[in-house]
Design a protein around this ligand. Structure first.
Ligand code: NDP
Length: 308
């Protein structure tokens, strides 16, 4: 029995070191070097080449190296019976929440305006120095709920939107297509924390933006393909969106000639909102591997039908 790591273009030396420390006896291979393909029963993957698991006839489990599984789900050659797990980790959650708080507070305190004032040596004390934000979180999962609670603690009005209703202290919950307009009516800032699935791909599009209050702010920390990037530019021109704070993009790295680089109302970071900590991830992955071998229930298993 062996484990396979498939993460081309990623430095996995630290992952190998931690695997070694946790289980020196473990038999594992790093794709594409594997002489005993039929021995492989589980894989750890990040942006694997589509179709590569076809060469391993006995794989039963694929673990994502991160919180998202869209990079695995998009490979339609993976047998529907193969189980897929993801990383759920408190450090990853705190890191994501802190990124979102940073973005929200920059808007709340109008930091971007004061930066521009500084460039022109302008000393302008606003009478109302804070923007009144009413914040909607799309995707009330592990990450979204933590953000909702912490924003609430900071005194913001917070609304949540997900597939099913949530009970989160002082957060009004909306669910399903029929409640999307009611959700958007409440908010002037939208934080997207949805997984990328066939039903969420391109969800942030022009007709969606036109349902929002004029001048709304959008923060996307989930996946670039949730947003139709050209539509965001139109929505800004039309005044539905006043500003965007983006960590993820349709193409990463963001192409040099992309309009977002120079847009004065779009702020970007290079997909760093929250990065998997291998010291937290490896024990989870090895624990699930042992559970698989012992035929015990797996942790952080995703629903293949729901795609998350
Ligand atoms: P979860 O699976 O815990 O939560 C997903 C949430 O989205 C759930 O509340 C779910 O609803 C909701 N949802 C799913 N589909 C729909 C839909 N069609 N309409 C409405 N709501 C929907 O995911 P996490 O919170 O752990 O992570 C979210 C995403 O964040 C990841 O998939 C990943 O892509 C991204 N991410 C980005 C990082 C970065 O650095 N930029 C780092 C880590 C994660 P319900 O609860 O009802 O099922």
């Amino acid at each position: 029995m062996a484990l396979l790591i498939v993460a081309p273009n990623r430095d996995i030396s630290i992952w190998k070191k931690i695997i070694q420390e946790n289980d020196p006896e473990l038999e594992y291979y790093v794709w594409p070097d594997c002489e005993r393909k039929s021995e492989v029963v589980a894989a750890v993957a990040w942006n694997h080449p589509i179709g590569c698991f076809q060469d391993y006839p006995n794989i039963e489990l694929i673990s994502s190296m991160g919180a998202g599984v869209d990079h695995i789900m998009k490979d339609t050659t993976i047998d529907p019976e193969i189980k897929i797990t993801r990383i759920v980790d408190s450090v990853l959650t705190i890191s994501m929440t802190n990124y979102v708080l940073m973005a929200v507070l920059n808007y709340h305190k109008q930091f971007f305006k004061y930066q521009k004032d500084k460039d022109s040596k302008v000393w302008h004390q606003q009478v109302n120095p804070e923007i009144d934000l009413s914040i909607g979180i799309m995707g009330m999962g592990v990450l979204g709920q933590d953000v909702a609670l912490k924003l609430n603690d900071l005194g913001f009005k917070v609304f949540g939107y997900s597939n099913t209703k949530k009970i989160v202290s002082r957060v009004k919950s909306f669910a399903g297509q029929s409640e999307i307009q009611a959700f958007l009516n409440e908010i002037n800032m939208l934080i997207c924390m949805l997984p990328l699935t066939s039903s969420t791909r391109g969800i942030l599009n022009l007709s969606f933006f036109r349902k929002m209050q004029k001048g709304s702010i959008i923060i996307n920390v989930a996946r670039g393909a949730l947003l139709i990037e050209e539509d965001l530019l139109i929505a800004i021109e039309e005044g539905y969106i006043s500003s965007a704070f983006l960590d993820v993009f349709q193409t990463e790295p963001l192409p040099k000639d992309h309009a977002f680089w120079k847009h004065p109302d779009i702020f970007i970071t290079p997909h760093i909102a929250s990065v998997t900590n291998p010291y937290a991830a490896v024990p989870q992955i090895l624990n699930n591997y042992k559970r698989l071998l012992n035929k015990e229930p797996l942790q952080n298993l995703i629903d293949r039908n729901k795609e998350y």
